[in-house]
Design a protein around this ligand. Structure first.
Ligand code: NI
Length: 186
């Protein structure tokens, strides 16, 4: 296994529609293993193949001690109810977005061994899945939210680090990543 590099906003691969995987071979299994390792290394809860510059319809996730790898995921059903939650993305570091997602979905796809799987995640896991499936269609959190923030850290008068959220816009974020002028974390 190997940690792969996570590409960031501005890389055109993040805006492409990823390709269906016609057959799961050793290459896809290796990719999935690497994606798990990469997700751990970056301390993420989900990762889609385009984020490691592979335009294939595959994502991995981990939540509450469970790991998931889904190939060719398709949302078959969704709840009427939606919920707003705050999301980050490994490809848009230092940005947070409040995003509206379906509370519950049904997802069909293939597992690492090519077997059919159907999952019905709810709540945060459903949110992670929707975020990752969006990546496979070239959609990012900045497209789904008007409540966008830079996450910055400042040091208060007692020398303690405090996280501060600075409201921003989609175009400001895109411009910052283009110029590689992302507010420093510390
Ligand atoms: Ni993401």
């Amino acid at each position: 296994m190997a940690v792969r590099k996570v590409v960031t906003l501005g890389n055109p691969i993040l805006r492409q529609r990823a390709q269906i995987v016609p057959k799961i071979t050793k290459a896809e299994q290796k990719l999935i293993d690497d994606m798990f390792e990469t997700m751990e290394e970056y301390e993420g809860v989900g990762l889609a193949a385009p984020q490691v510059a592979v335009p294939k319809r595959i994502f991995v996730a981990q939540w509450e001690g469970e790991r998931y790898a889904i190939v060719n995921p398709k949302i078959e059903r969704q709840s009427d109810e939606m919920v707003i939650g705050t999301e980050g993305c490994l490809s848009i570091p230092r940005v947070q977005a409040d995003v509206n997602r379906y509370l519950k979905i049904r997802v069909r796809g293939l597992d690492r061994n090519g077997r059919d799987i159907v999952l019905e995640p709810e709540g945060w896991l459903a949110r992670i899945f929707q975020h990752e499936i969006d990546h496979l269609d070239g959609i990012l959190i900045i497209d789904r939210s008007d409540e966008l923030f830079w996450v910055t850290t400042e040091v208060d008068e007692n020398g303690k680090e405090r996280t501060r959220l600075v409201p921003t816009t989609k175009s400001a974020i895109i411009a910052a990543f283009q110029k590689r002028k992302i507010p420093a974390r510390r």
